[in-house]
Ligand binder design. Structure first.
Ligand code: SF4
Length: 321
């Protein structure tokens, strides 16, 4: 690989990177709801509860098109079309929307909805449910609020070690989708050792997009000297990609946009690796690459990797706009 300076840098792109099918669907839902509103003159505005996906650019673009983002249904006026974000919502939020008679379009990713159903099934079987995930994350709040009975949130192997339950408890676990099979392995191993009556979903049920992007950044870290992850600081999957690259021993930076590029010290790097989280739009990736190119000449290539063809159908009310 060629070195820096006049000769520039090699820039290797991870495959896959950027938008997943759940994010494409969620953004599409807001855009179509806005388009429907435009046609029906006088319709109230489209309100989205929570960031539709964790990316400021996506939110800003949709705001510019007329969407209004709120954290609580209290902020939604009566009669306004209300969209639940890709992260999902608790039953309490759903019930509040129903009580208010709000017209709701649910943009919860089908893979998140699958976790909800799995958790409900385990609870109905009389099992105490463990949710493996990060406290405070929107998806975790939604999942916790959809499973009946006691649900214990566990975020690390240490927390699994200190879980205060009898060893013969009938347990089941489900996981936050932005954690990968690899992330959860150590936690599940502790739970299985401490609680022999433990069941969980098939590993193939964990989000394909998370697994593919994490595998891709690991492959990238084998050849790149410095890793750039394009995405938002409040995005769980982007932070995890950066951590994985750092764990592989590479200096790793989360890059929110082109404005961050000049702050990064490439050191003696000859090869940069670039990836992006599932909520990062292609336009931001392109802007970051352009900013890198302004800084130094680049030879750009893409690592071989999984070509994704997953596609989630839209809600039927929006499918034919
Ligand atoms: S990362 Fe996975 S679970 Fe999350 S929106 Fe994308 S496809 Fe759905």
């Amino acid at each position: 690989m060629a070195g820096r300076g006049e000769n520039g840098l090699d820039l290797v792109l991870a495959q896959p990177r950027g938008f997943c099918a759940g994010v494409v669907r969620a953004v599409d839902i807001v855009e179509r709801a806005l388009a429907q509103g435009d046609r029906a003159v006088g319709d109230p505005a489209v309100y989205v509860r929570h960031e539709i996906v964790h990316n400021g650019r996506v939110v800003a673009d949709l705001k510019a098109k007329g969407a209004r983002f709120v954290e609580s249904l209290d902020e939604v006026p009566d009669g306004a079309t209300t969209i639940f974000s890709a992260h999902g919502v608790s039953r309490a939020v759903e019930a509040e929307a129903a009580r208010r008679g709000l017209p709701v379009i649910d943009a919860t990713c089908p893979l998140v909805a699958k976790v909800h159903k799995q958790g409900q099934l385990y609870a109905a079987q009389g099992r105490t449910v463990i949710l493996i995930g990060h406290a405070g994350h929107a998806e975790v709040e939604g999942t916790l609020g959809r499973i009946d009975g006691a649900v214990h949130l566990v975020g690390s192997a240490a927390e699994a070690e200190s879980l205060d339950l009898p060893a013969d408890t009938k347990l089941a676990y489900v996981t936050q989708t932005t954690l990968s099979v690899d992330d959860t392995r150590a936690i599940i191993a502790v739970l299985a050792r401490r609680f022999p009556d433990l069941v969980g979903p098939e590993t193939k049920d964990i989000c394909y997009a998370t697994q593919n992007r994490q595998a891709a950044v690991r492959a990238l870290a084998e050849i790149a000297d410095v890793i750039l992850v394009v995405g938002a600081r409040n995005s769980s999957n982007c932070n995890r990609l950066r951590e994985i690259a750092a764990e592989a021993g590479r200096p790793s930076h989360l890059v929110e946009g082109e404005e961050d590029v000049d702050r990064i010290d490439f050191g003696a790097a000859r090869t940069l690796g670039l990836t992006a989280g599932a909520s990062t739009p292609e336009v931001v990736i392109a802007e970051v690459i352009a900013a890198l190119q302004r800084r130094t000449p680049l030879r750009i290539s893409t690592l071989p990797g999984v070509i994704e063809s997953v596609n989630f159908p839209l809600p039927s009310s929006l499918g034919h706009t």
